[in-house]
Design a protein around this ligand. Sequence first.
Ligand code: ADP
Ligand code: MG
Length: 211
Amino acid sequence: MFSVAQAEAWVRSTAAVIEEHAAALTKLDSAIGDGDHGTNMNRGFKAAVQRLDGLEGDQDFGSVFKAIGMALIGKVGGASGPLYGSLFLGMGKELGDASEVEDERLAAALRAGYDSVVARGKAQLEDKTMLDAWHPALEALDAALAEGRELGPALDEAAAAAEAGMKATIPMIARKGRASYLGERSRDHQDPGATSTHLILRTLADVVNGR
Ligand code: ADP
Ligand code: MG
């Protein structure tokens, strides 16, 4: 089972993890973009935490994820703000007024969020974007749950797949976003958005596993 309290803990922990890795994310974005991904994400997740602090009473997934999505859209900026915003809005729409769901429903919500990112950004796999970390992670999560794994271990497998997907962006040539302006010269660099996606998913696994 996955609860709204875990969703809130996920976002609070992610804000801390992003802050810790902000310089590294910005360094990656300096190599193939404009060097703002770390600062963008740090600002956005801080705003998301502030929104959570402002929510009162018992919350459902719909309102919590909507608040987070709106904060990210409003504060991250760049390409990734609307994309990560869409992710959380998509998850919120999928889960609606529930406040606790079965593991498979969490997986379906992540999938709905991913579909929103695809609809918004219109990237394909292997365009060297965050999708290259999200997609293998969601496949691994579905497979692990189908095999009867508990949510914690299943999310560990998803995070490991996101990490592999993140690393697999290194030899890719970017075909979306700012990095695509570099063409061949975008090769041999790890995609910043795939890197932040790995951090977000690893943090979800950590929270659910009580780490
Ligand atoms: P910007 O490129 O506008 O400065 P950021 O630096 O915050 O925005 O984010 C860059 C990241 O956004 C990239 O590393 C990539 O993963 C992701 N990205 C860019 N365009 C797309 C897209 N169309 N679909 C999915 N992800 C994308
Ligand atoms: Mg950038």
